[in-house]
Design a binder for this molecule. Structure first.
Ligand code: ADP
Length: 257
């Protein structure tokens, strides 16, 4: 199997490793598409641990994570949820966008995030101690972006935290080349488009160009789509629904590629 590719942008690998060794939960902060999930996948592979990922949304409850009774034939049987499985068997669990989940999820993870390292399963009346290799990792998109929920300061303080953002131009270029095999001069142009749009704060975009969008554009170009069309569908259209803004972005990107 091919090793997972992750390009470090700072000291995140070292920090994660030390957090794992010291049984500290890890919070990744930052906008979508900045490599948070990729980083966790990479670290799990590097540490040789199994990873379970849960994409949290507003309906995600502690029951979804901990487990439930299900009916099987004439019996009810208990089924561990991903968190319980991870706690019992020593997996790394990644709760992506944890702030989006229901408040009872935060309550459930609290005893796992301090010295107790235990999970209370109310439906079984059981408290389980976390396996030595269990690690809790969560991500959240800070509140400066519209439409995202906040995470309480008292919850944030339970984690080691690192911010993820758009990488420096050279690093981002390398990511595009590595991810897609595209020529480095095209990668450079795409990164330049990303940088220019990120600086256009006056457009009031709720989310700006992520590395993910640039990778998508690079993939389409590599697959033979004309460059401007690739940028239009992978970068411009996903960013805005307003015709004037789409046109302005299109004009700008056409000049750059
Ligand atoms: P997030 O979890 O922050 O939303 P992802 O981890 O899904 O973002 O990253 C989106 C895509 O961007 C990845 O699939 C990968 O192609 C690319 N990417 C972003 N940052 C990196 C990085 N540092 N190293 C390698 N790939 C990256």
């Amino acid at each position: 199997m091919k090793n997972i590719y992750y390009q470090a942008v700072g000291k995140e690998k070292e920090v994660f490793e030390k957090a794992f060794q010291n049984k500290l939960p890890f919070l990744l902060k930052g906008p979508t598409g900045t490599g948070k999930s990729r980083f966790v996948e990479y670290m799990a592979e590097k540490l040789g641990k199994k990873l379970l990922t849960v994409a949290c949304h507003e309906e995600t409850s502690s029951t979804d994570l901990i487990g439930r009774y299900i009916i099987k034939g004439t019996e009810t049987v208990w089924l561990d949820g991903p968190l319980t499985k991870a706690v019992r068997e020593g997996y790394i669990i990644y709760l992506d966008e944890i702030a989006e989940a229901r408040p009872d999820v935060i309550v459930a993870i609290h005893p796992l995030t301090d010295h107790r390292r235990e999970l209370y399963i109310d439906k079984l009346g059981e408290t389980i101690k976390a396996h030595d290799d269990f690690m809790l990792v969560a991500s959240f998109n800070p509140g400066y972006q519209r439409g995202f929920k906040e995470l309480k300061p008292s919850t944030k303080q339970r984690f080691i935290a690192m911010s993820f953002n758009y990488p420096e131009e050279k690093t981002e270029q390398e990511i595009l080349v590595n991810e897609t095999g595209i020529d480095s001069d095209i990668a450079k142009k795409l990164v330049n488009i990303g940088t220019k749009i990120r600086n256009l704060t006056e457009l009031g975009l709720s989310e700006t160009v992520s590395t993910r969008l640039l990778v998508d554009a690079a993939k389409l170009i590599k697959a033979g789509l004309p460059k401007r069309l690739a940028v239009h569908v992978a970068v411009v259209e996903p960013l805005s629904d307003e015709p004037e803004i789409i046109e302005a972005l299109q004009d700008l990107t056409n000049l750059l590629i």
